[in-house]
Design a protein around this ligand. Sequence first.
Ligand code: HEM
Length: 155
Amino acid sequence: MSVASPINLILLSLFAVLLYFHFRPRQPVSLPSGPPPAVFRIYTPTKLLEFNGQGDRSVYLAVRGRVFDVTPGKNFYGPGGPYENFAGRDASRGLANQSFDEDMLTKDLSGPLDDLKDLDQDQLENLQSWEERFSEKYLVVGKLVAEGDPEAPAS
Ligand code: HEM
């Protein structure tokens, strides 16, 4: 029987097809791009306001000078969320008072930070437990300083 018998030719073509499917060029695997790495920065209240979750921006809020990236909780703090007033703001007084009213926010963004000196023991405990919750759940991405503070970045 010759090597070029029909059965051998069929087997050879089958082998060639298998080789092709095994080694054919494939689409490169593209992984979804993750969030940009968080960098620790100094924020003034005006700068922090940019991170209020509008559009596809991140949501940050500050508690006693620490800036948290609360973007994973965008349904709470993003536009239309129940705590949207806190987005891009110093939320300390509101958290201490269990209130998300506008009155709880520092009005003058260019003025001094809220020193919270008038808070009583209960309010301070409230604030502390919120702070602990945020520390467990969210990344600290910066520090909040008043406009004009020596640490504030030049605008
Ligand atoms: C009508 C009363 C309220 C109801 C029914 C309510 C309900 C809720 C619920 C269901 C959660 C989600 C809990 C979780 O899944 O971890 C939550 C979280 C939260 N609530 Fe309220 N809440 C109320 C009042 C308030 C008030 C007055 C404040 C003001 C400080 C507040 C601030 C927050 C904050 C900061 C979170 C955490 C969100 C996070 O984990 O990032 N809530 N609330």
